[in-house]
Ligand binder design. Structure first.
Ligand SMILES: CC(=O)N[C@H]1[C@@H](OP(=O)(O)OP(=O)(O)OC[C@H]2O[C@@H](n3ccc(=O)[nH]c3=O)[C@H](O)[C@@H]2O)O[C@H](CO)[C@@H](O)[C@@H]1O
Ligand SMILES: C=C(OP(=O)(O)O)C(=O)O
Length: 430
């Protein structure tokens, strides 16, 4: 099992290219199930989750051609990929494939919309909470689907003649359930109005791609999305938007280690709130022609309180990284997690490096310390893993992060990107 060794203490200076967003690429890939034509996606990040979803889509009958050809492109770089699902050959998404990642459950929407039936295993994904699927089931039921949960599988059947548009109000904001409702509604009869929809940029990206495929959608990016159903969708070409979580992660790494880095190919609007928080913590962030420039030279790290919220609030996917940064602040910061009930597993690992953090319910009180010291630590989930890398960059001596397969789910060429800016990060294969 691979591990990552970090020799801390170096500033970061240079350019870090930002990859396509994992959390946009996954639903976009799933949207290829909605059409018998080719969906071409550009800037698809080369990540373990993307590879896993390709296996799942392949099982349903999607023909996948990387970079328009069948041979692999250069290892580790974002790619252009053609997805073609002439016919859906299997409407079952089996446990062996789906249990590895949360987003694979989302195939339920397109399968149901195009084939009228789906049998999908309950999902897996990062162990950051119970992560139920009740909102997906309620929403699809509102479109007329009949649903049964048995033996770890959800079996969904559309009424005779297909799904029927309806008004549905989500009782709670869910990114995944909004993606699924959006995809299912594109081929439903009549109009669907989704209220209390998630407003994340990845929802907007999916809506743009579906629109290019012929769907009729308005309001994506607001809490009310309206979809006029169409009888079929066509192929399209779409570029995956930049990864805002990767952007925020590297911005926090620079704030932690100090230095001057341009994050290339990204946009400030994707993570407004998080950038403002980072500025309050002492980083200078400016927009450049190619992306964002993040600088912290000389001034220390200020404590800032943060509460995670659905977009446009501070993202839960940056909470662990921000906590790592706050371990070195000059005071006390309170970090409250409101999205997932078990997303503090990095706390005990950060403590191994000398961080002072106490937990009270959903709030972590982080008391900044003058120095962290390298130690062996264990990655527990995707964003927790990278928070340990950020802490390791500023820790004295060597930090060894175990179980880095979590990192490979969501960070493309992490070691290379950091090392090019002066970090000393090495992958160790046993
Ligand atoms: C692949 C992907 O895009 N993953 C992201 C997505 O996850 P995901 O789509 O799983 O997250 P949701 O927005 O659905 O979850 C938000 C909250 O709603 C709850 N919930 C969700 C569905 C449901 O049926 N019932 C229910 O109670 C969840 O347990 C959680 O407490 O959004 C999260 C919140 O921004 C991010 O952390 C994840 O990185
Ligand atoms: C929690 C995440 O992913 P998933 O929803 O796939 O578990 C994440 O991307 O941080």
């Amino acid at each position: 099992m691979d591990r990552i060794r970090i020799s801390g203490g170096n500033q970061l200076n240079g350019v870090i290219p930002i990859s396509g967003a994992k959390n946009a690429a996954l639903p976009l890939m799933i949207a290829s199930l909605l059409t018998s034509d080719t969906l071409t996606l550009e800037n698809v990040p080369h990540l373990a989750d993307v590879e896993q979803l390709m296996r799942i889509l392949g099982n349903h009958g999607v023909d996948i051609a990387v970079n328009g050809r069948r041979e692999r492109q250069e290892e580790g770089y974002s790619r252009t990929i053609n997805f073609t699902c002439r016919t859906i050959v299997d409407t079952t998404a089996p446990y062996e494939l789906v249990s590895k990642m949360r987003a694979s459950f989302w195939v339920i929407g397109p399968l149901l919309a195009r084939e009228g039936r789906a049998r999908v295993s309950l999902p897996g994904g990062c162990a950051i909470g119970t992560r139920p699927v009740d909102l997906f089931l309620d929403g699809l039921q509102a479109l007329g689907a009949n649903l049964e949960v048995d033996g770890g599988y959800v079996t969904a059947t559309a009424p005779q003649g297909g799904l029927v548009g309806a008004r549905y109000v989500f009782p709670k904001v869910s990114v995944g359930a909004t993606h699924v409702m959006l995809m299912a509604a594109t081929l439903a009869k009549g109009t669907t109005v989704i209220e209390n929809a998630a407003r994340e940029p990845e929802i907007v990206d999916l809506a743009k791609c579906l629109t290019a495929m012929g769907a009729r959608i308005s309001g994506a990016g607001t809490s009310t999305i309206t979809v006029e159903g169409v009888t079929s969708l066509s192929g399209a070409r779409h570029r995956v938007l930049p990864d805002r979580i990767e952007t925020g992660t590297y911005a926090m790494a620079v704030a932690m280690a100090g230095g001057d880095v341009v994050l290339e190919g990204t946009e400030a609007a994707l993570l407004d709130n998080a950038l403002e928080t980072l500025r309050m913590a002492g980083a200078e962030i400016t927009e450049t022609e190619t992306g964002l420039r993040v600088v912290r030279n000389g001034n220390g790290i200020q404590p800032v309180d943060v509460t995670t919220e659905p977009f446009p609030g501070f993202p839960t996917d940056l909470q662990a990284q921000f906590m790592a940064l706050m371990t070195r602040s000059s005071g006390v910061s309170n970090i409250t997690e409101t999205i997932f009930e078990n997303r503090f597993m990095h706390v005990q690992e950060l403590a191994r490096l000398g961080a002072r953090i106490s937990l009270s319910g959903q709030t972590a009180r982080v008391e900044g310390v003058p120095r962290l010291r390298g130690a062996p630590v264990m990655a527990t989930d995707l964003r927790a893993s990278v928070s340990l890398v950020i802490a390791g960059l500023a820790a004295e001596g060597e930090t060894m992060v175990n179980r880095v397969y979590h990192l490979d789910r969501g960070f493309e060429r992490l070691e290379e990107k950091l090392n090019r800016c002066g970090a000393v990060v090495e992958r160790v294969s046993d």
